[in-house]
Design a protein around this ligand. Structure first.
Ligand SMILES: Cc1cc2nc3c(=O)[nH]c(=O)nc-3n(C[C@H](O)[C@H](O)[C@H](O)COP(=O)(O)OP(=O)(O)OC[C@H]3O[C@@H](n4cnc5c(N)ncnc54)[C@H](O)[C@@H]3O)c2cc1C
Length: 311
């Protein structure tokens, strides 16, 4: 595999980057950490590959859903406004799109208030990949198993998208519309990920099941958020599941079931079973659909138990 020829542009502000994307349009793509895009634009020297098993889609000539390798990469690495983590007056947490996975994992604020996101980051790739890869890149890569995307869905994040035409905010649940596909317009940049403040007693957890301990895409991943009121009843619940459908799936029925219940082994087990009924996995070389459904049940139950330290 060899990298095709491309030019790298280095804007210093978001508006400059937007102008470049508008100018070069279909020729250009955004470059963040490059851990996905630089793999996807490599030229294969063999014409595609054979699927290893039924259900494993053959890769196209240019992998990663790209029809044509971009001739221009607009790098985000010199744009200070895309970096860093901050907490607003109302408790909302904003993460710049170019913040690396390592920075997220090391943030005391994220570890304390958005625990599932930090745990999702812990599960991503290897230290080298985490040092380069960014949260914006992870979300825009739109893999149904992306390790920061699934917790962000559970935590109810929103993403800010900017282009020369203006700014819009989209709930992350609606951002990914298929494997590798998002609602991003060709000239838009994801600038920030915003997490509105959760109920004060809410906690979260994320668990990934993979065939290896590192450098592996999830067979299934799950993230949950839970809060218990002063009477000991669950008054807030959200559950997201990855690698069990073409997009991240919100287990709405399972979360609704939890509301008003007292946390217990039986209640969490039942929630896991309901969540298993809400997923739509395929069989591929990582695991069968049947196995994935069973693992959703287990992982959802375990995330809920971990939140209450009863795992
Ligand atoms: C060895 C290896 C192991 C990996 N393991 C995992 C893993 O375990 N879990 C996992 O989830 N991922 C994994 N990945 C995938 C990848 O590292 C992550 O998805 C990473 O977070 C991507 O971020 P990036 O900054 O490198 O994105 P890039 O590669 O720079 O970009 C990815 C895509 O998003 C677009 N993009 C990036 N940022 C923006 C933005 N701000 N606005 C608009 N578009 C944007 C790019 O144009 C490109 O299409 C792995 C990759 C490698 C190479």
């Amino acid at each position: 595999m060899a990298l095709p020829k491309f030019d790298v542009l280095q804007p210093g502000t978001v508006s400059e980057a937007c102008e470049m994307l508008a100018k070069y349009s279909s020729e250009a793509a955004v470059l963040a950490g490059g851990t996905d895009i630089l793999v996807n634009i490599r030229k294969p020297i063999i014409p595609g590959h054979l699927p290893r098993c039924k259900g494993c889609a053959p890769q196209s000539l240019t992998a990663g859903g790209m029809e044509k390798a971009p001739g221009i990469l607009v790098s985000l690495s010199y744009i200070p406004e895309l970096k860093g983590i901050s907490e607003g007056e109302n408790g909302e947490i904003t993460i710049g799109a170019y913040t690396t996975i390592s920075e997220i994992c090391e943030s005391v604020l994220i570890r304390g208030k958005l625990t599932a996101l930090a745990e999702g980051g812990d599960n991503l790739g290897s230290p080298l990949v985490r040092n380069r890869g960014t949260i914006g890149g992870n979300i825009c890569s739109a893999r149904p198993a992306a390790d920061c995307l699934i917790p962000s869905v559970a935590l109810g994040a929103e993403v800010e998208l900017v282009s020369v035409e203006g700014t819009r905010t989209v709930p992350i649940e609606e951002f990914v519309i298929g494997p590798g596909k998002t609602v991003l317009e060709p000239n838009e940049i994801l600038t920030k990920v915003i997490f509105e403040s959760l109920p004060s007693k809410a906690s979260s957890a994320a668990i990934k099941l993979a065939n290896r301990k590192a450098l592996e895409i999830a067979v299934v991943n799950a993230a949950s958020v839970l809060a218990v009121d002063e009477k000991g009843k669950i008054d807030f619940a959200r559950i997201a599941m990855g690698a069990v459908g073409p997009v991240p799936i919100v287990a709405k029925k399972a979360a609704d079931f939890l509301l008003g219940k007292e946390p217990s082994e039986e209640v969490f087990d039942k929630a896991g079973k309901i969540a298993a009924g809400e997923c739509r996995p395929i069989t591929d070389h990582r695991g069968s659909a049947l196995y994935r459904v069973e693992m959703v049940r287990v992982l959802v139950r375990r995330t809920l138990k971990r939140i209450l330290n009863t795992e």
